[in-house]
Design a protein around this ligand. Sequence first.
Ligand code: 13P
Ligand code: SF4
Length: 336
Amino acid sequence: MPALKFSRDVAEATDHVYEKIKASVPRFEWEMHAPLVAEINRLKKIHNAIILGHNYMVSEVFHGVSDYTGDSLGLSKVARSADAELIIFCGVHFMAETAKILNPDSTVLIPDLDAGCSLSESITPEDVRLLKDRYPGVPVVTYMNTPASIKAESDVCCTSANAVSVVNSLGEERVIFIPDEYLARNVAKETDVEVIAWHGRCMVHEQFSVDEIRSYREQYPGIEVIAHPECSPEVCDEADFVGSTSGMIGHLDRAESNRVIMVTECSMSDNVQEAHPDLEFVKPCTICPHMKKITLEKTLASLENFEHEVLVPEETRIRALRAVERMISIGRDTNN
Ligand code: 13P
Ligand code: SF4
């Protein structure tokens, strides 16, 4: 393969992408990204591949090479109905695994196998079985941010986009909600169902504090605060809107101020700036080190070498599929 260089052809193939991200990516940096973007997009066609990019991807991955972007619920649905031979998941491992659970006929690749999640690592199948022993007959609602082995122990999955609807849909007085303690407590505020929580935390969202949000409000009077429900309930109580990553993006159309803070992972504000030129984003900038493992270089290597394949043992997949499909049959929460 010829060395990848910035050329007139590359510029022609990619200038429309640069237009979308020029507010956050300087030109000299773009000239390093552009040849990779052009090559990835060329190889995708040859290999009948699609790239799914989570909302937290860096801009050059999000706008440059992703065929579909969205939150974990939206991308699961895309994966489920995709007829591509190859799905490259630019996101974290549990997301790629969910794509494989829903679409076993496609080869699912993730550019970096170490792109994990602190929530995914916070619970084991043995922990779930102990919880079920302790609360016999109480259904287990499992956040999507878990490995397939945990989903397989569950009655139903949920994401931040549908957690309240999923809990209410069960018609039970109590549910076990794993593994995100903060999401569980945020859901509990919105339902009459008693929620038994686990103690998992998102290493990104647990960093935001009430004092920080209040200091932004003091510094920027009238600012609109939009938060992800993996933040603590106290932080969410300070926000004007709380929702999934796609819910947060959707809320921007209804923002009542032209200054906004998205209390979530850093890349979100960069990725939506082009669609909202009139909004000024104040960026608290907390990075998910797992999401940031996914780069253009690794995405290209993934396409060239068919690495790294995400596999789920069939017995686990079938059990996990039941919980994920049950979730998909339930809609999103209002406004989410
Ligand atoms: P969403 O489902 O809202 O995209 O969230 C996934 C995630 O990992 C947030 O930290
Ligand atoms: Fe996991 Fe938090 Fe990163 Fe989302 S932001 S992938 S919940 S560690």
